[in-house]
Design a protein around this ligand. Structure first.
Ligand code: MIG
Length: 820
């Protein structure tokens, strides 16, 4: 992140649309260094106008549109000469207006667009735009009026927005950035980039998520700068009093998302860009990947060893070597003579096969995918109508234009054969797009952009997302009512509607373990909850300790997959011998035990927009001391995880948010709102469970569907207060949940000195097959003398040595009382 461009908003307009000669050059502008750049600023607003939920303000030439989207979300757009671009966004598929009361007021100093919750102020003196809450507290304010500069070479404008940055303001979000969790003081760029073995602070990486959360004086708001061009963000890096964002083209268009809680902002960002669909349950299990497992004998060896070693595993991956000369949708028949038979037999042992598909299509007139693409003009072209050609794994390639709906439809259909063969999931790689040598496509490549045509400058950052969208939508059609699994490397805001992601080509180092921990939390609050790292590190060699610590962290990544580059040693959970194998097994088993808990957290994400990983700051934003915490997070809302991130670490400090917490391993009860020191022998990472939680648990299975679940264990953690927990249940592999066929259960746990009450209520249309719960009551401060379940006395409960109490009762219970 060396010095990029210079942004100098010092010179402010004095009168209407004055041209300002700047000394500084914008280095993204090819003209920089040749002639001075002329920035234009908004002048003085001279009028306001309303059309429905849109309000327009003009300075006589430029026009600003303020759209009330919901009570808490307001969008601002700028048209330098009054002409707005078409309203179209890949990130926000439908801009639904959900607001009841709104209106425009005017006083001496400003125009004010208001909902019941927020106000957008347009200052009459200088066109500064600011936002405030209904208490009159200002949450965000321009430091410079919106500005732009003409792009002589390509047309359009470079567009800029600069806001005030306060001394204690912190910033979070932005997707996969490999840097500290708090982005204060950083300058970052969005331009999807294949970043093999990326380093701490390397920027940009694979994804573009132009969304950040500001936290100032305990109040949060979000900014989503929905612009797909190369874009930059400066969080007080150049000037500690200013936060800026700007792009090389497109429109200055951003959403102000009101808080006041960070969680509100995150949830509302999901309202705009959507959530992950429910994954097939197996996709939440453990996945084993490698570049590459081939030939077939190797795949069978690895999968067989999982079952022999009794290490659970659901996903097995075929990387590029399964193909014939790396041609997508083909098979290397020497390595895989009968893929259908192999996939079927793997499936019989519980393995779901996931295959890689890249965007580069080999130029080869004897290859049907190429021929079809060529005949139908589906491949991208340069400005002078030459094909976009570049070298990738197959050699000379052309690339489908995934921004064309017709191409997406065709692409989706290409998966027919793979689906017939029994493939359960698809892995889209290299879709930044990556090209050997040049890095990516040249700027002049044309894209159809769903009818809103543009060059690669506009389409680059959404190319990968549209590829995985085509993949997902195709699979969804072909797999009928079965949920497809997809994973993508590149993406843009909203990619979560179509795919999970992994953080790309990381390195087998302790630094990368730390980075992965931050990246997953960051992705989670940036809309992409279904994420994970290459466990073990893609390049380089982990030792047994690093691999085990990574498995332990990965157990609590929403997506859990080990992967490694082709030139590394074998890297399966048993590759390092004992004691590592046993510990790896124990943690992967824990992953499977907690599946119903993770699945429920996933439902809370899908349905209500909660992130699955929740950094401490998201839970306790009032405390300034939390602004720089980045190790601990909760997994769902009940389980706090603090991975061990250093070699040889015998113990580590852990911060527990306020409330009471149970040590997951010892059941010891600890008061929160403080840091404690926890022993961390190799077989343990700090895990704490919130008092009052009901944590559902499945029996250990070697894979999802191995056996009928005949009983669900409910771990109930005693509390002195009242705490709610949720359990979501459904078929786990169909879209019936979209027809409301599922069960949402709510548990309320209430404790007193002499009594613990557990109540259950449920809503929904699904009936699980098991009959009973197996309760495991933890932390009871008394020895129970009586247990009453739905008015029946339970006599056959057990009090264990560790004082836990076990009993079984019907899954439809309404109330259980445990009495002293
Ligand atoms: O140029 O398919 O990030 O996971 O194993 C490398 C081979 C291409 C990069 C991916 C990695 C994958 C590898 N791919």
């Amino acid at each position: 992140m060396e010095d990029k461009n210079t942004l100098n908003p010092e010179i402010l307009p004095e009168k209407l649309v004055e041209e300002v000669e700047e000394e500084f050059h914008h280095i993204n502008n090819p003209a920089a260094g040749i002639k001075p750049i002329v920035k234009k600023y908004l002048g003085i607003p001279i009028g306001a106008e309303q059309k429905g939920n849109k309000f327009f303000f003009t300075d006589g030439d430029a026009r600003v549109e303020v759209t009330v989207v919901t009570d808490e979300i307001i969008r601002v757009r700028l048209a330098p000469h009054s002409v707005f671009l078409d309203e179209f966004s890949y990130a926000v598929p439908k801009l639904e207006k959900k607001v009841s009361v709104f209106g425009l007021r005017e006083d001496e100093n400003e125009y004010i667009v208001s909902t019941n919750i927020v106000n957008c102020h347009v200052r009459k003196k200088d066109f500064f735009i600011s936002f405030s809450d209904n208490q009159g507290h200002e949450t965000s304010s321009d430091a410079v009026p919106m500005h732009w500069e003409e792009n002589v070479k390509f047309g359009g404008y470079y567009v800029y927005c600069t806001k005030e940055c306060h001394s204690e303001e912190s910033f979070f979000g932005m997707g996969d950035k490999p840097t500290e969790f708090n982005l204060r003081g950083k300058r970052l760029q969005n331009w999807n980039t294949d970043a093999y073995s990326f380093a701490w602070n390397q920027d940009p990486l694979y994804r573009s998520i132009p969304f950040y959360i500001s936290l100032n004086e305990g109040i949060a708001h979000g900014i989503f700068f929905d612009n797909t061009f190369k874009a930059d963000f400066d969080f007080g890096a150049e000037d500690p009093t200013k936060t800026s964002f700007w792009a090389d083209g497109g429109e200055l268009q951003y959403y102000y998302i009101h808080g006041p809680h960070m969680m509100d902002v995150v949830k509302r960002y999901h309202i705009l860009t959507g959530t992950h669909p429910m994954p097939p349950l197996w996709a939440l299990g453990y996945h084993q990947c490698r570049w590459s497992y081939y030939p077939e004998a190797k795949v069978r060896m690895v999968t067989k060893t999982f079952r022999e070693q009794k290490i659970p595993c659901d996903g097995i991956y075929l990387d590029i070597d399964y193909m014939d000369g790396y041609r997508c949708f083909t098979w290397n028949r020497k390595y895989f003579p009968d893929p259908k038979k192999m996939i079927k037999e793997l499936a019989d042992q519980g393995f779901k096969t996931v295959v890689i598909i890249d965007p580069g299509i080999r130029v080869d007139d004897n290859y049907s995918v190429f021929k079809e693409g060529k005949e139908n003009r589906y491949f991208c072209r340069r400005c002078d109508d030459y094909f976009m050609e570049g070298h990738v794994w197959p050699g000379r390639c052309q690339f489908p234009d995934f921004t064309n709906p017709e191409v997406r439809e065709w692409w989706g259909g290409l998966f027919d054969e793979l689906v017939q063969l029994g493939v359960a999931g698809v892995w889209n790689d290299m879709n930044e797009p990556a090209v050997f040598g040049s890095g990516t496509f040249p700027d002049d490549v044309r894209h159809q952009y769903d009818g809103h045509r543009g060059s690669h400058r506009k389409a680059h950052n959404i190319y990968g997302m549209q590829m995985v969208r085509a993949t997902y939508e195709g699979l969804r059609k072909l797999m009928k009512n079965k949920r497809p699994f997809t994973i993508t490397r590149a993406g843009y805001s909203g990619v979560q509607r179509f795919s999970s992601v992994w953080t790309g080509d990381n390195v087998a180092s302790w630094e990368h373990l730390k980075l992965g921990n931050i990246q997953c939390q960051r992705l989670s609050i940036s809309g992409i909850s279904f994420c994970g790292t290459d466990i073990g590190g893609f390049s380089g060699e982990p030792d047994g300790e690093l691999f085990t610590r990574w498995i332990q962290m990965g157990t609590f990544s929403p997506f859990m997959r080990a992967h490694s580059a082709g030139d590394t040693k074998e890297r399966e959970p048993w590759s390092f011998g004992e004691p590592y194998t046993a510990i790896n097994r124990k943690f992967i088993e824990l992953r499977y035990r907690l599946l119903p808990y993770l699945y429920s957290a996933f439902w809370e994400h899908h349905r209500y927009g909660f992130p699955i990983l929740r950094p401490v700051i998201l839970q306790e934003q009032e405390a300034l001391t939390n602004h720089f915490r980045q190790d601990e997070f909760t997994y769902g809302d009940k389980i706090l995880i603090c991975p061990v991130l250093e070699p040889g670490q015998k113990s580590r400090r852990v911060y527990l948010p306020k409330g009471k917490w149970y040590n997951f391993w010892t059941y010891e009860l600890v008061d929160g709102a403080k840091e404690i020191v926890v022993p961390t022998p190799l077989e343990i990472i700090p895990i704490f469970v919130k008092a009052g939680s009901v944590i559902p648990e499945y029996p250990v299975m070697q894979y999802v569907g191995e056996k009928e679940i005949d009983e669900v264990k409910l771990n109930v953690y005693y509390t002195e207060t009242e705490v709610n927990s949720f359990l979501f249940e459904d078929y786990g592999e169909t879209f019936a949940y979209e027809q409301d066929i599922y069960l949402e259960k709510k548990f309320v746990v209430k404790g007193k000195d002499s009594k613990l009450t557990i109540q259950q209520s449920m809503e929904g249309l699904y009936t699980p097959r098991y009959e009973n719960y197996h309760f495991n009551i933890i932390g009871l401060p008394f020895r129970p003398s009586r247990i009453i379940a739905d008015n029946k006395d339970i006599t056959d409960f057990i009090v264990n040595k560790d004082k836990t109490v076990e009993l079984k009762f019907a899954k439809n219970f309404k109330q259980i009382e445990i009495l002293k």
